[in-house]
Design a protein. Structure first.
Length: 150
C-alpha cells in the first residue's frame, strides 16, 4: 500500500495518467477536489480546494488502512501553487491534517500539447484560458510546481 500523487499544470495529462495507472494496477483513484462546484472567483475556488483536500484526507486514510494503494490527481502541492499564483498565504495548520504522500510526481508537457488538450475542454478556467493564450503563463505555473516539489 502506498499513496502516490501526480501534480502539474492544467492539461499535462495528470487525469489520464492517474486513471490508466489505477485501472492497470487496481489502485484506488482520487481527484482533488472530489466534487465540481461553480465558483464566483479564484478565492472561492481556493476555499473549495481546501474543503476538497480535507474530505479527501479521510478517504485516503481509509483506503490506506484497508491496504490499498491510492493514486491522487492533484493534492497539497496544487494548493501551494494556487496560493502563490493568487498571492495568498497557505493556511499554516492545513498540512498537519493531510496524509503525506509516499511519492509525488510532477508531470509536464510541451506547451503546444497542453494548448491542444485545453482547447478540447468544453469549460475552461480563467487560468486555462491564460495558458492557451500565453506560453509564459504555462511556464510560470510549471516553475511554481518545480519550486514546491523540490
Amino acid at each position: 500500500m502506498s499513496f502516490i500523487v501526480y501534480e502539474g499544470a492544467d492539461g499535462v495529462g495528470k487525469t489520464f495518467t492517474c486513471k490508466k495507472l489505477s485501472k492497470k494496477n487496481k489502485w484506488f483513484y482520487l481527484k482533488t477536489p472530489p466534487f465540481k462546484k461553480k465558483c464566483k472567483n479564484p478565492k472561492e475556488e481556493l476555499d473549495n480546494y481546501i474543503v476538497g483536500l480535507l474530505l479527501n484526507s479521510f478517504t485516503i486514510r481509509e483506503k490506506l488502512a484497508q491496504g490499498k494503494t491510492v493514486i491522487c490527481d492533484r493534492y497539497y502541492s496544487t494548493y501551494l501553487v494556487d496560493c502563490a499564483l493568487l498571492g495568498e498565504k497557505p493556511l499554516p495548520w492545513l498540512k498537519e491534517y493531510l496524509p503525506v504522500p509516499d511519492k509525488e510526481v510532477l508531470l509536464t508537457a510541451p506547451w503546444e500539447v497542453v494548448v491542444k488538450r485545453l482547447k478540447r475542454k468544453r469549460k475552461r478556467s480563467d487560468l486555462e484560458n491564460e495558458i492557451i493564450k500565453d506560453e509564459k503563463v504555462y511556464r510560470k505555473v510549471e516553475k511554481k510546481f518545480r519550486k514546491v516539489l523540490d
